[in-house]
Design a protein around this ligand. Structure first.
Ligand code: PLP
Length: 421
């Protein structure tokens, strides 16, 4: 058996050191359990299993059938859905397959004729949507006709703006669920607004939710569940949900079943990653435990705490009702998001630059940072440590502490947190 190559070992060691010594505030990252990680390296890894349980293109699939069936059952159980597909390799692929399934349903119903592209109404890209929600650099804007709605003046979704945009644009699909939106997504209000508009327009409008960021809060009962209100729901499995890297699709309407499954395989993907599906099953079992509810609640509380402490110090921050908030670095410190990210990174705090609503700077620079507490909550950060962390962030960004001093302060917190490995 070959050993891990020395060069690879060295890089891996450096990464584990970086993660242990640093403080991770990227809202989309988290640390899965050892059990989840271990399952990614099991013999399920090399088993070919194109198809679905009991309908495979290969022999020897009885155990992958059992593991995939367990993952599907757990996904349905955790999110209260009738159906689930656990094969998407990522959130982007889950979104691609969900769009395709909706497009096929609209073709079948005669609302699309094969000439007109499916029209999707999504939130303005600068306000916190994902690239796959119609960005010009993503397949989504090329394959589908994306149109957008703006946030209201409070930086929150405003349902009368949404209603007017639906009447103006007559979309086939309304998409909700975001990458950098710090507030609750009111799925029930999306549904109400769509139903009202449908009566006026006399056409079908499907509601799709991308819960990639908030899936863990939903599983932990700290955010409302989209399932009763949405036609199709996509998610990643590696953010607040704390699983392996991957995606999932959930739905209740049987008319979508064949369309979703065939959009994932064979339309967009080949053989499923059954090792990752085994890890998804484990993650879903963990996410259905009372301990996970405590975790999801702690994520929200910790996020509010850091946000409140920064605000007390004088920083300009968004509100927060979930696992993240936005820090306006331009107004608070006269720094672009990019420069703020770099300064914090030099001190061992990892964040990401992010557009803020109404941003006038480019996505490469931005006026702010997105800050999330899901990962440090997994490492067991305390309230007192959050108070200290807020001060370090504030002093680093206002230039009142040297990088060396800040690094020492960061280390004085991180050495007391749980080791990432
Ligand atoms: N959807 C949302 C809302 C996201 O935030 C992300 C990733 O950040 C994705 C989809 C895409 O997930 P992935 O990176 O797994 O393709």
């Amino acid at each position: 058996m070959a050993k891990i190559d020395k060069r690879i070992k060295k890089i891996l060691k450096a990464e584990v050191k970086r993660q242990n010594e640093g403080i991770e505030l990227i809202a989309s990252e988290n640390y899965p359990s050892r059990a989840v990680m271990k399952l990614c390296g099991t013999p399920f890894m090399w088993k070919y299993a194109e198809g679905y349980p009991a309908k495979r293109y290969y022999g020897g699939c009885e155990n992958v059938d059992a593991i995939e069936t367990l993952a599907i059952e757990m996904a349905k159980n955790v999110f209260h859905s009738e159906y689930a597909n656990v094969q998407p390799h990522s959130g982007s692929q889950a979104n691609a397959a969900a769009y395709r399934a909706l497009e096929k349903l609209l073709l079948e119903k005669g609302q699309l004729d094969g000439y007109r592209k499916m029209k999707v109404l999504s939130m303005d890209l600068n306000s916190g949507s994902h690239l796959t929600h119609g960005s010009p650099v993503s397949f989504s804007s090329n394959v589908y006709d994306f149109v957008f709605f703006d946030l209201g003046p409070a930086g929150k979704i405003n349902f009368s703006i949404l209603y007017d945009r639906i009447l103006e644009e007559k979309p086939d699909v309304v998409l909700c669920g975001y990458s950098a939106y710090p507030y609750t997504v009111h799925f029930e209000k999306f549904r109400e607004t769509i139903e009202k508009a449908k009566k006026k327009l006399h056409q079908e409008i499907y509601l799709m939710a991308d819960i990639a960021h908030i899936a863990g809060l939903i599983a932990g009962a700290q955010h409302m569940n989209p399932m009763p209100f949405c036609d199709i729901v996509t998610t990643t499995t590696h953010k607040t949900l704390r699983g392996p890297r991957g995606g999932m699709i959930l739905w209740n309407n049987d008319e979508l079943t064949k369309k979703v499954n065939s959009a994932v395989f064979p339309y967009y993907q080949g053989g499923p990653f059954e090792n990752v599906i085994a890890a998804k099953a484990q993650m879903l079992i963990e996410a259905s435990s009372p301990k996970f509810r405590d975790y999801a609640l702690a994520v929200k509380k910790n996020t509010s705490k850091l946000r409140d402490e920064l605000k007390k110090l004088g920083a300009k921050v968004s509100g927060t009702e979930n696992h993240l908030f936005l820090l306006n670095t331009l107004d608070s410190f006269e720094l672009t998001g990019l420069d703020a990210q770099k300064r914090l990174e030099a001190a061992g705090i990892t964040t990401n630059k992010n557009m803020i609503p109404g941003d006038t700077l480019s996505p490469a620079k931005t006026s702010g940072l997105r800050i999330g507490l899901a990962a440090v909550t997994t490492r067991g950060i305390t309230k007192a440590q959050i108070v200290k962390l807020a001060r370090i962030i504030y002093y680093v960004l206002s230039g009142n502490i040297s990088t060396e001093e800040a690094k020492k302060e960061v280390l004085s917190i991180s050495k007391h947190l749980k080791k990432v490995r």
